[in-house]
Write a protein that binds this ligand. Structure first.
Ligand code: ADP
Ligand code: MG
Length: 691
């Protein structure tokens, strides 16, 4: 039987090549694609709201008689039309209007309009509402239905999409959509079948509960939401499957490298580190590529875990690549590893985009021939000209900047191009459990859920910029006692150049105010060597105060630094602030974080800074961040593509995530269902590598 998937949109009346091209921009090719182009909200035009009961922010239909229509000059010229009904007044305001409009909207005309209530000079106003003069009677309440609102692209308007969807619904009667979900599941949750659900959301019947539809909680919508979340989950499991279709070198623990490393460490592992190390040891021993995410709050000691994984791999004869997202962080890892591993007789190679010419050729040669086992660097590690002899393990620090497609690409970097390397991914951004379940479904996770002993809590102080002088005195005092401090400049401007400039000005100013201190400056525009030099001086204690942009956000580790000042914290996300704060509290002494904000703080801004002051638990903060900013921001921009849902809303629908996680493995056993569901919901957005 033919299906909606086989019917192109050009089947519909009025759709020629041009419109088909526009629809293609929305990923719509077939009638099925069109029907899965779902309304993301509804407008309630079913009833007229009495003007007297309109409230700010309401959206709806009002109807009345024009009392006055006048041109007002104000800051911008506008046409101001005052309407009246039995209960009150409403102004329609037009900044652009034609002579015809002006002639139509004259005193005494009856007007019905649809808009959003805003505060205006003359009371409540609708700006540029849709309106009708002398409107036909409203349909009786029993027949009135909600108006669907669709996502659009340039070149196509709401009424057009509505019309096309109505036409497509005619075809839906003849060609029902194949339901891939088990009937028992639908019965358990009392959800409609897919065809009924799709029909309902495009054209909700008059008797459907309006509030449920407006909130996206109608069973038909929830059925689609669940299927969408499931499709995303399946797409990630597919990636995992595709990576694990390759074999990996089993890296069995051998020799005494790992023990010798542990012996020379000045501390012993925390039980949590021990657990994660043993998870990783197990995974590495398998002939199946490891795909493991290690989550651990700032300062929980992930680097040691990474080093132990690297040593196991090297001892088993494999090469290891450790990649970090920024030059500073990569350099720091490089220095740590050199310090740890040189005494064990192991050499480490450094490779970033800035390593050029002879040095680069030499480094590449030694990697390709297998003369060195360990390389540390930035994304440059996986550029085209970098070849390995026996790459067995890739360690990625700071996962939230590293997407699923990149994980897939790593698959092909393994030994002889046939074996996939093991992947160990470390993130310091604690990820709320539900979000992790859906965004990292392709990874196994281990959590380092305790900090090394002896850490003192960091006291967080929220203070307005007006008290800058006191803050400077605090820095003076801390440094006089032999401590070190960070001063972090953030800026309104997005531009990195301006940020760096601001940091320069601040550093200059602090040098003047604190002449007795050694003040250093790092920002993204310094050359690698310069940056490394300053960091080294700070680490050695030659500098007391380090002025920096948010480049020091991740990983920088100087235990003697016990004070951090963050300017304009209200502009940063909670997770990022938590990261920054984690630069202190790494040593024995009590630590402080001063959040120096620009007054006045918004209500929301105050709540966020308070949340940070009140908690030091990354998971609690991440939950708050998720609440306030949504999953896209929490996961970082690279990942957001995966989290752009048509219908699902992470906050509203997180209740489904557990269910989806439970049923996904069963569905994975039916490749046709998986394929159909992923195609239906993710369409062209996902392209898998050939298997
Ligand atoms: P993160 O998890 O933020 O990457 P690091 O690996 O940089 O944390 O570790 C933070 C600091 O804690 C480092 O100075 C490290 O040497 C130290 N550290 C790690 N593990 C332990 C431990 N078990 N006991 C004491 N200190 C530790
Ligand atoms: Mg780290």
């Amino acid at each position: 039987m033919a299906s909606l998937e086989d019917l192109p949109v050009t089947t519909l009346k009025g759709v020629g090549a041009a419109l088909a091209g526009t629809l293609a921009k929305l990923g719509i090719h077939s009638l099925q694609d069109l029907l899965f182009h779902l309304p993301h909200r509804y407008e309630d035009r079913t009833r007229v709201i009495p003007m007297g009961s309109l409230r700010l922010g309401d959206t709806g239909v009002a109807e009345g008689i024009v009392m006055r229509a006048e041109l007002v000059m104000g800051r911008r010229r506008s046409l101001q039309v005052t309407l009246k009904d039995d209960t009150g007044f409403l102004v329609m305001r037009f900044f652009h209007f034609s002579a015809a409009q002006k002639n139509q909207l004259t005193e005494g005309a009856r007007v019905r309009c649809y808009g959003e209530v805003r505060p205006g000079r003359a009371g409540f106003e609708f700006y540029h509402p849709e309106y009708q003069v002398n409107p036909p009677p409203m349909p009786p309440a029993e027949e009135a239905t909600l108006t669907p609102v669709y996502p659009l692209t340039e070149g196509i308007q709401q009424p057009r999409v509505r019309g096309l969807c109505r036409q497509a619904l005619e075809y839906l009667r003849r060609y029902p959509i194949r339901d891939w979900l088990p009937e028992s599941l639908l019965a358990d949750y009392q959800l409609p079948d897919i065809t009924a659900a799709v029909a309902l959301v495009h054209a909700p019947p008059a008797d459907a509960p309006v509030h449920l539809l407006m909130e996206g909680r109608h069973p038909a919508q929830q059925r689609l939401v669940m299927e969408e979340l499931l499709a995303h989950q399946l797409s990630l499991l597919l990636v995992r499957q595709q990576i694990q279709q390759r074999q990996a070198l089993p890296l069995l623990p051998t020799g005494d490298l790992v023990e010798r490393f542990l012996d020379q460490l000045p501390f012993s592992l925390t039980p949590a580190q021990g657990r994660v190390v043993s998870d990783v040891r197990q995974d590495l021993s398998q002939p199946l590529p490891m795909l493991r995410l290690v989550q651990g709050d700032v300062g929980s000691g992930k680097t040691v875990v990474a080093a132990m994984a690297a040593l196991q791999a090297v001892a088993a004869g494999a090469q290891v690549a450790l990649m970090a997202p920024t030059e500073i962080l990569a350099e720091q890892h490089f220095r740590n590893f050199v310090q740890w591993l040189e005494p064990l007789g192991l050499e480490v190679v450094w490779l970033s985009g800035k390593v050029k010419g002879k040095a680069r050729i030499e480094a590449l040669g030694r990697l390709a021939t297998g003369q060195v086992s360990l390389v540390i660097g930035t994304h440059a590690l996986f550029q085209g000209d970098v070849e390995f002899d026996r790459l067995g393990l890739v360690i990625v620090d700071e996962q939230h900047r590293f997407g699923v497609h990149q994980r897939l690409a790593l698959r092909d970097k393994g030994a002889e191009g046939r074996m996939a390397p093991h992947q160990l991914i470390m993130t310091a951004t604690p990820i709320p459990r539900t979000l992790a379940m859906s965004a990292y479904a392709d990874l196994d996770t281990s959590v380092i859920d305790e900090l090394p002993p002896g850490r003192k809590p960091i006291e967080t102080i929220v203070i307005p910029e007006a008290r800058r002088d006191e803050v400077i005195e605090r820095v003076r005092k801390a440094c006089a006692q032999g401590r070190q401090a960070y001063w972090v400049c953030t800026l309104i401007e997005e531009s990195e150049a301006l940020q760096c400039q601001a940091a320069e000005v601040t550093a200059e100013n602090l040098r003047e105010r604190l002449p007795e201190l050694g003040v250093g400056l790092v920002h993204g525009r310094l050359k690698g060597a310069e940056k490394a030099g300053v960091m080294e001086q700070f680490k050695n204690g030659d500098l007391d105060l380090l002025v920096a942009t948010t480049v020091i956000e991740v990983g920088v580790d100087v235990p003697n630094a016990s004070l951090i000042i963050i300017e304009n914290p209200e502009r940063l996300g909670l997770a990022q602030l938590h990261q920054l704060r984690g630069r202190v509290g790494r040593g024995e002494q009590a630590s402080f974080c001063v959040l120096m904000y620009q007054a006045p703080l918004s209500h929301n801004g105050r709540a966020r800074l308070q949340a940070l002051r009140d908690s030091q638990d990354g998971f609690v903060i991440a939950e708050k961040d998720l609440e306030i900013r949504g999953p896209g921001e929490v996961l970082g921009t690279r990942q957001t593509g995966m989290m752009q849902f048509r219908l699902a809303d992470f906050e509203r629908d997180r209740g489904w995530i557990e269910t989806v996680k439970d049923i996904a493995p069963g569905i994975m056993r039916h490749p046709r269902s998986v394929d159909a569901l992923v195609r239906r919901w993710l369409g062209e957005r996902v392209r898998y590598g050939d298997v």
